[in-house]
Structure formats: structure tokens, C-alpha cells
Design a protein around this ligand. Sequence first.
Ligand code: ADP
Ligand code: MG
Length: 694
Amino acid sequence: MPLDAAPAPTTAKPKSAPKSGPQKAMEKLGLRRDIDLALHLPLRYEDETRVTPIAQARDGDTVQCEGVVVDCRVELRARRQLVVRMADDGAELVLRFLNFYPSHQKSLAQGQRVRVRGEIRHGFFGREMVHPAFKAVTEDTPLASALTPVYPASAGLPQAYLRKAVGAALARAPLAEVLPADCVPGRLPSLREALQVLHHPPPQAALAALEDHSHPAWQRLKFEELLAQQISQLQAQRERAQLQAPALRGQRGGLHEQLLLALPFALTGAQQRVCEEIAQDLARPQPMHRLLQGDVGSGKTVVAALAATVAIDAGWQCALMAPTEILAEQHFRKLVGWLEPLGIQVAWLTGSVKGKARQKMLDAAASGAAQLVIGTHAVIEDKVQFARLGLAIIDEQHRFGVAQRLALRKKLASQALEPHLLMMSATPIPRTLAMTYFADLDVSTINELPPGRTPIVTKVFADSKRLEVIARIGDEVAQGRQVYWVCPLIEESESLDLANATETHAELSAALQALHPGVMVGLLHSRMPPTEKAAVMSLFSQGQMQVLVSTTVIEVGVDVPNASLMVIEHAERFGLSQLHQLRGRVGRGAVASVCVLLYTGPLSLTGKSRLKAMAETHDGFEIARRDLEIRGPGEFMGARQSGAELLRFADLQEDAPLLKAARQQAPRLLDQHPEAARQHVMRWLGSKVEFLKA
Ligand code: ADP
Ligand code: MG
């Protein structure tokens, strides 16, 4: 049976014909297939199914009235405007147009019967509508038979065009019922009925329920969507259970124990627990797929190192990837420090390793001589072969694309095995999200910080306090402490970004030199060559440089315990999780640390709530929860993470009962009606399925 997910752009004209403006605008909104249009649901409705007598129209109501124009003239009240008076059964209504064309005057000429729609106001001249929608009619012009949908649109895409396109697509789209009736909860309408109602509600439909999405038609759509997602997750889980992975067990008295003994600190209880969870997974012959989440500074790196020792002890290789060279290098240094004394061979591989050095690394990975390979994306390139990759660790996993995770999983394909996968993230994923988006992911959480940390004090200041903040930097420097100053990301303009950071660097250098001759103020930004970046980072981490001005390149993972003050300029431009990550760069030692959020007003509502959240809490989970609240799941997960908009209709909180039903039905459907399950997933997710599995 042909599925509606097949890429057949039925609404598109033949390839050679140029597309019209609205057509292009539609494609930009992702409205290509009939099913896309059928699932493009109205934001609200206009009621053109009835006419309200003018005499009965109440102040504030949005209504449709009909009558005959009795007067139409341009007047100069406060400003030039077209004033039209129309009457219906003796009652009068004034229409006012502040912007108008000659065509308005023509259509609204005296004696013309018109139907108008707008909000009634009782103004100085009696009942009036400002800028109503209007059309010329005759006594026989029929009323609309259904509520008129108003769709999400964009510039260059008129509602009328969209309505027509949706109407046509709805008639064509293959919407045959795929799900067995008994798997749909309650008495929800069929998909076709639901869509019919949502696009063209009958005049008596419960408008409020349609608009707040509680209507059974909406429930049906949301259930369908959640079900598709649950099925595909479950499928992924089952597929993974079929896969083989090397069973990795450490040895008694082996590397794992040796590393524990050599560490300068004892693991926290939470670290011990997650290490145990990981070790159990590694010992199984199915690939681990585990997310290790823990707040910034909770000590994920050592957990990664311990996992690596288990793999290496068992005679397999381990790869550790980080999203940036700075972070990868930091891991490299730390892990070399811990692991080389145990006799483990650690290799370093990034894009900037070239020529002979690169070939040497590639050979070491391919021969198995390199037991641990640390680097950036370069590690997953096709050219990089591993003899026996048993475990892949991805730090800051949300920075990696789905395709990259998939590529890692294929590194053992020649042996018909998949490596174990450990992903680490400092952005905790709230439970509801984890349940839906990562049903196929086991989660370990470090919910405890290492002892001896002093909480960070967060202060929010307007940019007018800048000079005082700079003076404060001087105080920190005088006490031998170090300071980060983070400049904002100016969207889509890396060069402006840079100019801004460069300027701030000059400003701070001048101001601080005046206070402390000899102070070193460094600059770090994303356009610098990696070697320069590394040089600056190393000066800062070794304490020779006191102040580091940087764009967000320091966002992840940098670990300089002597840094006690962080200033974030234009904090209102950062996302909440990003602010939290940045803030986590300080408060890593025993010194009391401060984070100053400088903002430039006026603040948007979201800007305000973000800064407020930052000042109020340091708990990464609470921050994540609020971030989710502010941004919604799609954006929260990031475009790369979601691969595509995952949930368009359902709301995880509000639709918890539907989610529960979908979770119950998914296994049943897969077991008893596999063909229906397949068709349902294709209809809803199409090509996104692969992405959901990664
Ligand atoms: P993150 O989870 O943000 O990656 P790191 O792994 O960088 O955190 O750890 C932050 C700092 O805490 C590092 O300097 C690390 O060596 C140190 N650390 C980790 N675990 C412990 C512990 N149990 N006790 C004391 N310090 C620890
Ligand atoms: Mg880290």
C-alpha cells in the first residue's frame, strides 16, 4: 500500500514550472506533501457562519454583521480616514479605515450590501468597527457552512491561499484508519473525522475546546503523535537488544582498582553508584546506551576514565570525544595524568593533528596499540579505524549530531558488533522528556557535588554598573584570583562577535593595567587557530594570565579552580542552560565565587525570567526544568538533538494521560499488529525514524 509518507509532492507543480511566491512560502513552512498540509492545523477560527443583527452586537464581541451602506466619505478627524456608515434594520454601524485605497471606497459605495467582520466598540459615534474584514454581498450570498480556520502562515502566504491548499490536500491525503479501534482511548474520533473537524468545524462546534486543544479531535491527533513516538522508541529498544557487543569486565586488582587507589580524592557516593551502573552494562553482551548526567562540576570525567579502564582491562579500546579542541585537550591532559602511570597508551586525535603525527595516531588506533583515543569529531571520521573499539564516550553529547553518534556505533561493524556507548551531559534532561525522547536510553545521574565546594553567589546588574564591576575584577586580581569575562554571541554575526570581544578586551586591559601594572588580560575566541587558543588556555589555567575575555568558547568543561569571578556581558542574550554551564566554570575550588550577570535593558519577559532563575537557583535540574518551561521541548533539546520537530501537538505535561495510554498501547500494537504499527510510524515520522534511534 502506498504510504502517505512517500516523498510525492502532490501539491507541487511540474519541476520546470517556476513556483509561485505562496507556493515557495508554503514549502518553507515544510508544507510539501498532502499529509503535511492536512496536519497543518488552525491557530484559531473565525465565525462567518452567522450574522449578528447590528442592534444585538455587544461591545467587545467579534461578530459578523450585514447591512447596506448609507454613507461613505473620507473625513479628517484626528487624521484622514474613511468613514462608512451602514445600517441593518434601522440600527447603524460605523466602519473606520485609517489606511485605505480607492478600491475600498468603490466596494463600500452607498447602496452596496456588505458583510463585515470585526470587533464591536462603542465609540464616540456609536457602534463602530475599526478595520473590519468586509465583502460585498447580495441578499442571497450564502453564509459559511463551517467556522473559518486561521492558519499559522508567514509573509507572502495569504490565508485564503493556504485555506484552499489545505482544503484540497485534506481531500486527497490518504487518511484511512491505520490503528485498530480498540487501541484508541476513550471515544475519540477517527483521524479523518478529527482532521475534518479541526480544519472545518461545524457552526455548533465547541470553539473554546478547539482553541485550547482539549477537543476530542485534538486529543486524537495528540494521541496519534505520542503513539508514533512511543512505538518508534520501543522498536529501537528492541532492535538494540538484538545487537551484540563485547562483554567488558574489569579484572580484580586490575586497572580500575589501580586508578581508584591512585586518585587524589575518594569518589562521592553518587560517582560510585553511577560507576557501578556503567560497569554492569559493560559486562553485558548487548551495547550499552547510557546517558550520564550530572551538573557542571559534579565529576563526570573521572567516571569516564574509570569506565575506560574497564574496557581496556578487558582488552578492548576506548574512544573519548569532546565537542571542542579545548575541552578535548583538557580531557587528554587529565586522563594522561591518571592513566599513563598505569601503563595505558593514550592517543590524541583532532582535526589539527596533521601529516606524520596524524598517520602515527591512525596506525596506533588501527593496530590497537592506542588503548584510549581522545579527540574531537575527528575520531569518528571514516578514515579512523579501530582494531577493537569496545567503548565510545561522548562528552557534552548534546553538542554532537545524531549522525555522529550513529557513525560511532558503526565502528565495529566489521566484527558484527556495536561498541558500548556512554554519553555525558551537564544539561540534565527532565524526567518527562527523558521518558518520551529517550525511552531507549538508560540514564545515570550524579546528584551530588564533590565535597568542599563553596556555593556561587549570582548577582544581576544593569550594564550601567560596568565600572564598578571592573573595579571588582581589580580586587580579585589583587588577591591572586582569576576572572572570566564572557562576551555574548551576536546571532549570525561572528565578525561582530569578535569585534565586540576585542573591544571589551582592550577596555579591560586598559582599565586593569591602570590598577595593577603587569596584569595579563587574555582574549579567546572561536576564530583563533587551535594552537593559539591552546596557548591562551594554558596561560590561564597555569595562573600566569589573570583575566580571560572570551566568547562562548569556554562554555564547556574548562576547569580552573582558582577562577573565582565570572562576568557575563549581555547575559540576556544567552539561554538558561548556557548561562548555567558558563557559571559552572567558577566555584570549582574552595574560594567563595561570584557570577555577575550584566544585562542591557529593556529586558524581554523571557530575558527577565531567565535572569531571575539564574539568581534564584544553582540546581542544574531546577534550571533545566525552568528552561524547558521557558523554551518548550523542541528548542530545549536543540535543533540537532531533535533532528526535527518531535512533538508538534502534544504537551508532555498537559497530555500526561494520553502519553500514558500511548505507552500502554505501543507494545501491544508492535506485538499484535506490527503492520499497523509500521504504517502508523511512517505516517507520522517518515524519515525521522532513523534519527529517533540514534
Ligand atoms: P564535570 O562533571 O563538569 O565534567 P569534572 O569532571 O571536570 O566535572 O570535575 C570537576 C572537578 O572536580 C575536577 O577538578 C575533578 O578532578 C574534581 N573531582 C571530581 N570528583 C571528585 C571527588 N570525588 N572529590 C573531589 N574532587 C573531585
Ligand atoms: Mg566535563
